[in-house]
Design a protein around this ligand. Structure first.
Ligand code: ADP
Ligand code: MG
Length: 332
C-alpha cells in the first residue's frame, strides 16, 4: 500500500504542470502564489459527498470531472479567469483503479485551461471531494448578481433542462433496478442517451463566455438549482423583477422529443445541474454582445427582461401566466 505522500506524488503532483505564478506548489506546508497586480482574487469552494451529491456508483472519471467543473462554473459566472486549484479528498480506502480514473477526470479541465493543482489534503473516511478554485478578475469587471438594471435583456447560454432530464431518467432506472430482476424493455427505452447523460455528468463550465461578458453583462449567475431559482437570486440581489417568456426558453431537440411542451418548460425552469450562465445585458450593449460572443462556440438566447416590479413573471407570448409547478416535470 502506498503511503499518503506516495499517493499524492503518484496521482496528483506528478500530473500538474507548473504555472509561472506558482512559486511553490504541492509538497510544503503551504503553496506560495503570486496574484497578478491590479486584479482581484476570486475564490469559490464546493464539496461533493457520495450518496448526497452523486450516486455511490457514479463512475470515478465523472466524479473527478464534475468536482472541478461545478467549481469552475462559479468562476465563470463571476467573469473570473481560473488559475489555481486545491483538492481535499476523503476516501474510505486506497483504490488505485478508482484514483486513476478520478485523476483523469479531474485533470481534464485543469489541462484544457492551463490551471495548476497547488495543494490539498488526503484523509480516510466516507468518500467526499472538496475543491477550491482561485481565479483573477479586474475589480470593476466582476459579474456580480447585484448589477441587473431595469430594461436589461435576460439571456441564458446553451439549452436548459437536459441535466434535469438525465437525472429523472437515472432515478427512474434506479427505481426499476431496486425492484430486482432484469431491466425491463420499458427501462431500456427511457434510459438517457449519451448526449443527455453527458449534460449531467460532464457539464461544460462556461469560462470563455464569462470572460467575454466582462464589461458587457450587468449581472450573471450559473444555473445550478434551476433557472427560476437562480434568476431569482439575481432579481433579489439587484432589487428588481423580471418577465420571462416560456416560448423563448432554449430547449434541446432531445428534451422536446421526450417530453410534452408543458413538461419541457417546467423542467427548463426548475431542473438543476445545467451549469449554463444566466446573465443580463442592457439593450444598448446588444451589438457589443453579439460581437464579443461571435467567436465562441456557445449558443445564447434572450428569454426576457428586467422590470421594476419585484418577482419573476413567467408568461406565454400571448400574455397569459405560466404557472411553475414544483414537481410538474416528474409526471412523464
Ligand atoms: P500538512 O500535514 O502539512 O497539512 P499534508 O501531509 O496534508 O501536509 O500534505 C502534504 C502536501 O501535499 C501539501 O503541500 C498538501 O497541500 C499536498 N496535498 C495533500 N493532499 C493533496 C491532494 N489530494 N491533492 C493535492 N495536493 C495535496
Ligand atoms: Mg494536511
Amino acid at each position: 500500500m502506498p503511503t499518503e505522500f506516495e499517493l499524492i506524488e503518484q496521482f496528483f503532483t506528478a500530473h500538474t504542470k507548473q504555472r509561472r505564478d506558482v512559486l511553490l506548489g504541492i509538497g510544503d506546508d503551504c503553496a506560495l502564489l503570486q496574484a497578478p497586480t491590479g486584479q482581484l482574487l476570486a475564490v469559490s469552494t464546493d464539496t461533493l459527498i457520495a450518496g448526497v451529491h452523486f450516486p455511490i456508483n457514479t463512475a470515478p472519471y465523472d466524479i473527478g470531472y464534475k468536482a472541478l467543473a461545478v467549481n469552475l462554473s462559479d468562476l465563470a459566472a463571476m467573469g473570473a479567469e481560473p488559475a489555481w486549484i486545491t483538492l481535499a479528498l476523503t476516501m474510505p480506502q486506497v483504490d488505485i483503479a478508482w484514483l486513476t480514473a478520478f485523476r483523469q477526470g479531474f485533470f481534464e479541465l485543469i489541462d484544457r485551461y492551463g490551471l495548476q493543482l497547488i495543494g490539498g489534503d488526503t484523509t480516510r473516511g466516507p468518500l467526499s471531494i472538496s475543491v477550491q478554485v482561485h481565479g483573477f478578475v479586474p475589480e470593476n469587471k466582476a459579474l456580480r448578481r447585484s448589477g441587473a438594471q431595469v430594461g436589461d435583456r435576460i439571456y441564458v447560454s446553451g439549452t436548459l433542462g437536459d441535466a434535469g432530464l438525465a437525472l429523472q431518467l437515472l432515478m427512474k432506472d434506479a427505481a426499476v433496478g431496486a425492484t430486482g430482476g432484469r431491466p425491463s424493455r420499458k427501462t431500456q427505452t427511457v434510459a438517457a442517451s449519451d448526449g443527455i447523460s453527458r449534460r449531467l455528468h460532464h457539464p461544460e463550465p462556461r469560462i470563455n463566455l464569462g470572460l467575454a461578458l466582462r464589461g458587457i453583462a450587468t449581472s450573471a449567475i450559473d444555473i445550478s438549482d434551476g433557472l427560476a431559482a437562480d434568476l431569482g437570486h439575481i432579481l433579489k440581489a439587484s432589487k428588481v423583477g423580471a418577465s420571462v417568456l416560456v416560448e423563448d426558453l432554449p430547449l434541446s431537440s432531445e428534451l422536446k422529443e421526450r417530453l410534452t411542451q408543458e413538461q419541457a418548460w417546467q423542467l427548463a425552469l426548475s431542473g438543476g445541474d445545467d451549469y449554463e450562465l444566466c446573465f443580463t445585458v442592457p439593450a444598448e450593449r446588444e451589438s457589443k454582445l453579439i460581437t464579443a460572443l461571435k467567436s465562441l462556440d456557445c449558443a445564447y438566447t434572450c428569454i426576457g427582461r428586467i422590470e421594476v416590479e419585484p418577482g419573476l413573471r413567467l408568461q406565454h407570448r400571448n400574455g397569459t401566466a405560466f404557472p411553475l409547478s414544483v414537481d410538474g416535470y416528474r409526471h412523464f
